[in-house]
Design a protein around this ligand. Structure first.
Ligand code: ATP
Length: 305
């Protein structure tokens, strides 16, 4: 049985469709990333899964409970951890009080273990917390009752790079333990590191649903070539070349074509250096978002070389 099952889910806000006929499943033990730019419908979907918004049409179940069935959902929530985008903790109480409250509702068997990884100052009142401290308290709260499913809305926003890495490592370990994790993000490199599968959302609609490896395969490879005489004629005009940028004595592009064609063309040049690597995930996602080509990083861009 799928841990999350979403079928034709639509949320109509009147002026805009927050979710538009969404269908997808998240399987047991999966780490599933829900990606999209601002306003894509990530929070709408998550809040619907938690029963905080009611769908206009369509259905969704979490751990077998229909999100429209209040009693069934309440029961299921005992086994769910939730980290909202906006935490909304009471400013006047300490972090410890926040955790004590949640413990009284759901339990806190893993509190101490989590507080060693994520280190919010639990003795201090929330009003003194930095954004990152609040987020860490939220993570502890979401996981401390050892849930089977954890749903998180932008879990790493506000975390510094070290804590982000600790979070990534923690999620990898959770995956090993069999916890199902569903989280939203617009940090593309993050999903690459920790997700098994990714759903890509745009304007309320699911425009891609892939495992991370497939996503990267479809994105082609980034090729960077330096030639002895600085010429790169022929390379940039090969079929399957996109996002060309030039530098002093070479060229860089994303290649989605036949590798033999590329190698034959490379062989006709006096190549000083060549690097074929995975493309930045941002480039891969442009394919799904269907917007303009991504911004080059400090390089001159020409449509043809
Ligand atoms: N209560 C509401 N009333 C009307 N429109 C809303 C409401 N909440 C969200 N929307 C709209 O629904 C769409 C989806 O919003 P949502 O917050 O779900 O996106 P998101 O992907 O979570 O964005 P972000 O990354 O910025 O948090 C947006 O166009 C948003 O303006």
């Amino acid at each position: 049985m799928a841990v999350i099952e979403v079928t034709d889910l639509t949320k109509d806000y009147g002026s805009v469709l927050g979710a538009d006929s969404l269908s997808f499943t998240v399987e047991e033990g999966e780490v599933f990333g829900f990606l999209g730019p601002n306003g894509a419908g990530k929070t709408t979907t998550i809040r619907t899964l938690l029963g905080l918004l009611s769908p206009t049409s369509g259905t969704a179940t979490v751990l077998g409970a229909d999100v429209r069935d209040e009693a069934a959902l309440l029961e299921a929530k005992r086994r769910i951890g939730y980290l909202p985008a906006h935490l909304g903790f009471d400013e006047d109480v300490t972090g410890k009080r926040v955790l004590d409250y949640h413990a009284s509702v759901k339990g806190d068997g893993r509190r101490d273990e989590l507080l060693e990884i994520f280190t919010p100052p639990v003795e201090r009142p929330i009003r003194e917390y930095s954004t990152g401290n609040e987020r860490m308290l939220g993570i502890v709260q979401a996981f401390m009752h050892d849930p089977d499913l954890v749903i998180m809305d932008e879990p790493t926003s506000g975390l510094d790079p070290l804590k982000q890495e600790a979070f990534n490592e923690f999620i990898r370990e959770e995956r090993e333990r069999g916890t199902t994790v569903f989280f939203s993000s617009h940090v593309l490199s993050e999903v690459r590191r920790i997700c098994d599968r990714v759903g890509i959302l745009r304007e309320g609609r699911l425009v891609g649903l892939e495992d991370v490896e497939t996503l990267l395969d479809q994105g082609g490879k980034r090729v960077r070539v330096q030639t002895a005489d600085g010429t790169s004629t022929g390379l940039a005009t090969l079929d399957g070349v996109i996002n060309v940028s030039t530098f002093a004595d070479g060229v860089q592009f994303i290649y989605t074509g036949d590798y033999n064609m590329l190698l034959r063309e490379l062989a006709s040049h006096d190549v000083r250096e060549v690097e074929i690597s995975e493309p930045p995930l941002e480039d891969v996602f442009m394919h799904y978002y269907g917007t303009d080509e991504p911004e080059p990083s400090g390089q001159e861009v020409k449509s043809n070389v």
